[in-house]
Design a binder for this molecule. Structure first.
Ligand SMILES: NC(=O)c1ccc[n+]([C@@H]2O[C@H](COP(=O)([O-])OP(=O)(O)OC[C@H]3O[C@@H](n4cnc5c(N)ncnc54)[C@H](O)[C@@H]3O)[C@@H](O)[C@H]2O)c1
Length: 548
């Protein structure tokens, strides 16, 4: 039955060798194993682990259901503890000095410039871009433009790190020493064995950008993505093989988070990048004795300033930030602070009207993979118990669909909570709970209560994205000067979501905070500083040297 959707492997995968200079000429059918158009309960697909360059099977598998109708359509290796030794051995076989570094096999920087260029060229092909966009849609239902944006961000990232750009990531510097023959040089050095764990909501973009960064800097990563969406990552790894990536440069482990946790404990990667929930992030920080970089939960705020302008655009952006991808973005707008001027201009009604146009037919709202409808409705009820709170819109379960009950299917929803109640200690944890779905809190402030808004921003714990929507320079200055979020958009077009590859994306105010996308993010997360002080002489006359 699996053969319905398994494409034949050409046997050419990954055979282009170290230099990989040939242009990307692979056909989709040569490397792809899964056809998103065919994938269904009657034509399921099966995934494989990859360890030490070999695709392997496990004794048991996890069944992933089609989020639109509940039919089992993917069999994902359910790696058991008695099957993890090869992953541990593979991690332990990697020297701390990495697969390459500025002094070892520097030609591998060029190899990865070429792999990156080849993969970008593949993603530029309409049929390949469409393949990934549709595969994303099948496992993490979102509108086609949202899915396609993941593919183009990934492609442009790969274009950015083509040619010499990978070796430029490892640029070193030198400082003259104290005497002839002495010079200190600062290098970006790999960690060697590393791990990368990715969540379900961006099945391609997050693991692709991070694993390439790990490889560029000379590490060998063990990669894992949430089993519900891991098919997309596996397809990307197969594409990389076809584009010249040596097969043993990266291991891929499918299955449960707890199994991966055990591999990390026993395999002891020198650094682990985790993207996902705060709960797991904090567990790994303890288990791995702090050797982590984290991109965890977001409770993202937007402040609409006193100057009302570009009303329709701002309303559109607020709706996109709260509800695109059904709110399943770590950057999704969680709380909207509306200046009185915006409230009086009728913003709430405009937002309600936009929310009402979202529907299942084009996946502008869709299944929520980490909450149930009942759990979101219970959270809404908790908020509505706060004095002065009211349902602004939504709150009803979606109807006329076959989304399985393990996933939420709910209208885009907003609850208004008065600002003074938001700040009350007894309500604060409820108001600031991250709902990874189409849900936001609205509140309102005036000029006199701006300090309360800033107090709320100060009290939050997760400082990922934020937006200050205003073109008033003094207002922007004041808010920006007194807040800390790692990715903050400022100006009348300010948003919280839609980060491209061309700027840093990541949390701030936490020394474990990671970044994604840019050269600075790659260098921070995937390399460490090493200083080599050359001191080769001439050696001074020993008789003139003072003992101290
Ligand atoms: N800050 C960011 O850049 C960013 C980006 C996307 C998502 N997120 C956050 O991710 C969360 C939603 O994703 P999720 O529900 O998939 O998160 P999750 O923490 O449940 O799972 C994330 C990944 O961790 C793995 N995992 C689970 N337990 C593990 C363990 N003990 N050891 C090792 N790995 C383990 C899972 O298999 C999955 O691959 C939200 O909180 C969201 O804000 C953050």
């Amino acid at each position: 039955m699996l053969s319905h959707v398994l494409r034949a492997s050409s046997g050419r995968l990954g055979c282009r060798g170290l230099h990989a200079a040939a242009p990307a000429l692979a056909e989709l059918s040569e490397w792809s194993r899964v056809d998103p158009a065919q994938l269904s309960g009657s034509s399921p697909a099966a995934l494989s682990n990859l360890v030490a360059g070999e695709w392997t099977q496990t004794a048991q598998s996890l069944s992933v259901v089609d989020p639109m109708n509940g039919e089992p359509f993917l069999a994902v290796p359910d790696t058991q503890l008695d099957e993890i030794q090869p992953f541990i051995d593979s991690l332990r076989s990697v020297p701390k000095s990495g697969l390459h570094n500025p002094l070892k096999l520097p030609e591998r920087y060029l190899l990865y410039g070429n792999v990156s260029r080849n993969a970008a060229a593949e993603l530029l092909k309409p049929e390949v871009a469409d393949h990934f966009a549709r595969l994303i849609q099948r496992v993490a239902p979102k509108s086609y433009p949202q899915a396609e944006a993941e593919v183009s961000v990934t492609r442009i990232f790969l274009e950015n790190f083509s040619g010499d750009q990978v070796r430029f990531l490892a640029r070193s510097f030198g400082v003259p020493g104290d005497h002839p023959g002495q010079q200190s040089n600062g290098y970006r050095w790999p960690f060697g064995p590393v791990a990368l764990i990715a969540p379900f909501n961006f099945p391609l973009e997050i693991p692709a950008l991070q694993l390439m960064g790990a490889l560029f800097m000379g590490n060998k990563p063990l990669v894992h993505a949430d089993h519900k969406v891991a098919v997309v990552l596996e397809e990307f790894v197969r594409l990389l093989h076809a584009c010249g990536m040596p097969r043993a440069d990266l291991d891929l482990v499918h299955g449960r988070g707890s199994t991966v946790n055990e591999i990390l404990l026993r395999g002891e990667p020198r650094s682990t990048l985790f993207t996902g929930s705060k709960r797991v992030a904090e567990k790994l920080a303890v288990d791995l004795r702090g050797k982590v970089f984290l991109e965890d939960a977001g409770f993202d705020w937007k402040i609409l300033g006193p100057d009302v302008q570009a009303f329709d655009h701002v309303a559109w952006q607020c709706d996109q930030d709260a509800y695109a991808c059904s709110g399943q973005k770590c950057s999704a707008q969680s709380i909207l602070f509306m200046h009185d001027a915006w409230a009086e201009a009728g913003l709430e009604a405009a937002l309600a009207a936009r929310a009402a146009t979202r529907g299942l037919e084009d996946l502008t709202v869709g299944p929520v993979l980490s909450w149930t409808t009942e759990a979101i409705q219970a959270h809404v009820a908790d908020l509505l118990a706060i004095p002065g709170a009211r349902l602004a819109w939504g709150g009803e379960a979606l109807t006329g669909h076959a989304i399985p009950p393990r996933y939420a299917a709910i209208q885009p929803t907003a609850v208004f909570v008065p600002l003074d109640q938001v700040l009350r200690p007894e309500h604060w944890p409820t108001v600031t709970r991250e709902v990874f779905g189409p849900f936001q809190v609205l509140t309102r402030y005036g000029d006199a209560s701006l300090p309360d808004v800033l107090a709320a921003c100060e009290r939050m714990d997760a400082h990922l994205t934020a937006a200050v929507v205003s073109n008033s320079i003094p207002f922007l200055q004041h808010v920006l000067a007194n807040t800390v979020n790692g990715t903050t958009y400022a100006g009348i077009r300010g948003r919280t979501t839609g980060a491209p590859q061309n700027h840093w994306f990541g949390p701030a105010n936490d020394p474990r905070g990671a970044g994604i996308g840019t050269p600075e993010a790659i260098k921070l997360v995937w390399s460490t500083h090493r200083e080599i002080i050359q001191d080769v002489g001439p050696v001074p006359d020993a008789s003139n040297q003072v003992q101290s």
